[in-house]
Design a protein around this ligand. Structure first.
Ligand code: SF4
Ligand code: SF4
Length: 293
């Protein structure tokens, strides 16, 4: 996980393999066409500079006091900062509201990764099976606005809890953040929040104990245990939809597919070096640009 301008834990978008360019274009079109009203999450203006400052302890500007020998009268004993002192003190701010990633730095196993995420907004259709037919309903908007996201390489995590101890917002990063798996048995044992990159524009997600699959190949195909849907890559409108044989009537959610899609697009661009589970052998083997298993 290396970049030129930033420490090794931060994955920035760089050269993208051709096979992923489609996804980038689709994501860019979705972003451009979205009606997102809120401003996207801003990065600190000087991220490398901020990272350098975070690597050094900057002590607090001392508060000036009146010497004990001069405290016999009404002289103020504790002074406020001068303008220069106040500016120096304020300059110690590390902008942790815009960039934290403390969990990344404290993980002894390098199991957490910060990656740059393109803001996006997609209108995820709601679906319903009625008598074996799939009917599309109103869409629900999924937004991704935060520019730096954190994900867990679950196979490296031994659940030591260090990241939870240090998280300033009392989070449990190794459980809360998107968890990427390489081993299919481990992956399929999860009820929620588990993702498996399979390479070639494919990702799977676990939701409610079921596996949902997204394939991006110029269009978007979402496969859930009950439906298979082909979506327009720009608008997410339903192009084709099929109910699985014997699928019961009722609502079908594509939210897990949408979350997987957002993760797939961002990680494909920002962290193309991440290993993917090989589709060969049921996803228990690892495919990586650098080696074959
Ligand atoms: S999970 Fe906690 S430690 Fe990690 S980036 Fe978020 S706030 Fe920071
Ligand atoms: S719980 Fe996992 S992700 Fe968190 S610090 Fe420990 S090994 Fe790293």
């Amino acid at each position: 996980m290396t970049t030129q301008a930033q420490p090794h834990h931060i994955a920035e978008a760089k050269a993208i393999p051709d096979s992923l360019e489609e996804m980038r274009r689709a994501a860019a079109a979705i972003i451009a066409g979205s009606r997102a009203a809120r401003a996207p999450h801003r990065l600190p203006d000087d991220l490398p500079g901020l990272l350098r400052r975070r690597a050094h302890r900057e002590w607090r500007v001392p508060v000036r006091h009146t010497p004990l020998s001069l405290r016999g009268g009404f002289t103020e004993t504790t002074f406020t900062y001068s303008e220069e002192e106040a500016r120096t003190e304020a300059g110690r701010c590390l902008d942790c509201d815009r960039f934290c990633s403390i969990c990344v730095g404290v993980c002894p196993n390098l199991a957490i990764l910060t990656y740059a995420s393109a803001p996006m907004a997609v209108d995820v259709p709601s679906l319903r099976i009625e008598g074996g037919r799939v009917v599309a309903g109103p869409a629900h908007r999924l937004r991704v606005e935060q520019r730096l996201q954190v994900a867990v390489l679950t196979d490296f995590c031994n659940e030591c809890g260090n990241c939870a101890t240090f998280c300033p917002t009392a989070g449990t990063p190794y459980r809360d953040k998107p968890r990427l798996y390489l081993d299919r048995v481990d992956f399929e044992a999860q009820q929620e929040n588990a993702f498996m990159l399979l390479g070639h524009g494919v990702i799977e997600a676990r939701s409610a104990g079921e596996t949902h699959r997204v394939a991006v190949d110029g269009g978007i195909t979402c496969s859930t245990p009950r439906v298979s849907v082909r979506l327009d890559p720009m608008t997410w409108e339903v192009r084709e939809a099929r109910a699985a044989p014997g699928a019961a009537d009722g609502e079908v959610s594509l939210q897990a597919c949408a979350a997987g899609y957002a993760l797939l697009v961002s990680l494909s661009a920002a962290a193309p070096f991440l290993p993917a589970a090989s589709a060969v052998g049921g996803g228990t083997f690892v495919a990586h640009p650098g080696y074959e298993e």
